[in-house]
Design a protein around this ligand. Structure first.
Ligand SMILES: Cc1ncc(COP(=O)(O)O)c(C=O)c1O
Length: 475
């Protein structure tokens, strides 16, 4: 076996308890009856075709549409990424048009803008002061130019499981009688099929809804679904867009895992028994950590909370999140989804068991116990200047993301970049909101923010260490 295979095998042998994607958590029960090699087939007689389905794939699509409450469902075998891109490509009359997107959207939204040529108008999220993360929106403070945008694209829920007032957004469109499509990235909420969770975007009336079914359901990694309803987006264009973007050799392993993920999604008992354990975890630990919980609903633009994402801020404990992660990994074999300097996200999937949550609770309780003896322990709250407090006003866009992506670029010293058009998108993480997006002009404020960036995680900035930046060549 080569290095890659060895690496995977070594990882697997460590037997970590998964609080990350994929949602099946390696449990065989979701794949009983499937044959890994035997099912790895291509479009053969009787096996139908993904891009013009009229046989067994068509039947599986119809079943999925019924389960998720869509008029029509498309299977995606290039991840949820291709769903976001496909939504934008499916829009009509988009030349020189704008689309409303969240400034903190996933990067597949940015690539959708590059592919479609649409120009972004931004919805600005509220960064929660306790977590330093964009968890909500205040719709009342956003003015939406419904008549001017080709569509409104939103993320519901956020990566951390917070839901903004999507119902209110849909109601605003209706009350103003606009026909603008509302496209929803529900990548992290494929499991919203009952009152255990926030209401699904399809039920609320969104036009297109993306589910990354591998994140919380049992589908194989890279398997996702795009659901459609209503007349606002042409299905023909949507089908053609997905055909343009997706592989011509779709994996039948992915497709069959999507079919089964839909069926398993109806096993609500799997989630019900997890919920009780998560509630116990909250009760036992809420005095020691800052936990995102239903109590946060109603503040900082948070309208709903998905309990299956356990977001913990470790500042009250006086230990940095990376140090806590190290302790939980080494002592309890717990593997979270992600962490930054002060937060850890534990993501549940349909494959988790109550025992997994008890293990997490035990690990966290032990952590509370040993925290005072840990190196770097400090009871003081994190006093670091927060990246979002330094966020400059939005810089002026000169080029669309597409124009900037294809433009000729060169790398220059950061301190000489004032007034240039930036050729890369740069975000501090957390909160993951770009300070500057490719095609925007570097203002005094942006330059100052970047010059004072300090250590920390900066996404998309190749020249962080060398203090250089890619700019678009003009003239
Ligand atoms: C909000 C959001 N949308 C879309 C995606 C892309 O989904 P996928 O990883 O299935 O391509 C992600 C991936 O993390 C995401 O977080």
């Amino acid at each position: 076996m080569g290095d890659l295979g060895e690496g995977l095998s070594h990882y697997q042998k460590q037997g970590f308890c998964s609080f990350h994607t994929p949602g099946h958590k390696g449990r065989q029960e979701f794949f009983n009856g499937s044959d890994f090699l035997g099912f790895d087939l291509t479009e053969l007689p009787g096996l139908d075709m993904l891009h013009s389905p009229n046989g067994i794939i068509a039947k599986a699509l119809k079943q999925a549409a019924e389960i998720f409450g869509a008029e029509e469902t498309f299977f995606l075998i290039n991840g949820g990424t291709v769903g976001n891109q496909g939504m934008f490509l499916a829009l009509e009359n988009t030349v020189n048009k704008h689309v409303l997107v969240e400034r903190s959207s996933h990067r597949s939204v940015m690539s959708g803008l590059v592919l479609s040529g649409l120009k972004p108008d931004y919805l600005m999220p509220i960064v929660h002061p306790d977590f330093n993360l964009p968890l909500g929106f205040n719709l009342e403070k956003q003015t939406i130019s419904w008549q001017e945008v080709a569509a409104c694209h939103v993320t519901y829920p956020s990566y951390y499981g917070t839901a903004f007032d999507l119902k209110g957004l849909l109601a605003e469109r209706t009350s103003l009688s606009f026909n603008t499509p509302i496209l929803v990235d529900q990548a992290h909420g494929s499991h919203y099929l009952s009152s255990l969770f926030p209401t699904s975007a399809l039920k609320l009336g969104a036009d297109l809804v993306l589910n990354s079914c591998h994140k919380t359901l049992s589908a194989l990694t890279q398997s996702a679904m795009l659901h459609a309803q209503g007349p606002r987006v042409s299905r023909t264009r949507l089908r053609r867009s997905l055909e343009l973007l997706q592989s011509s050799s779709p994996s039948y392993l992915f497709l069959s895992s999507l079919e089964r993920a839909g069926e398993f999604a109806l096993d609500l008992w799997r989630w019900e028994c997890l919920k009780d354990e998560v509630e116990k975890l909250h009760r036992n630990l809420e005095m020691s950590f800052r936990l995102l919980s239903p109590k946060d609903v109603g503040s900082y633009g948070i309208h709903g909370v998905d309990w299956s994402k356990i977001l913990i801020n470790t500042s009250p404990l006086g230990v940095s999140a990376p140090r806590c992660v190290e302790y939980l990994r080494e002592g309890f074999g717990i593997e979270p989804e992600l962490w930054d300097e002060e937060n850890i996200l534990f993501m549940l999937g349909i494959g988790n068991t109550p025992e997994d949550i008890r293990r997490l609770t035990k690990g966290l309780e032990s952590l509370v116990h040993v925290a005072p003896s840990m190196s770097g322990y400090t009871k003081a709250k994190n006093q670091q200047k927060r990246a979002w407090e330094l966020m400059p006003p939005l810089p002026y866009p000169v080029l669309s993301p597409r124009e900037a992506f294809f433009a000729k670029k060169r790398e220059i010293p950061l301190k000489e970049s004032l007034g240039h058009i930036v050729g890369e998108t740069i975000s501090p993480y957390p909160p993951g909101i770009p300070v500057v997006v490719m095609g925007e002009k570097i203002t005094h404020e942006v330059l100052n923010t970047l010059l004072n960036a300090g250590e920390g995680r900066w996404q998309g900035w190749e020249g962080f260490k060398s203090q250089t930046i890619w700019i678009v060549e003009e003239g």
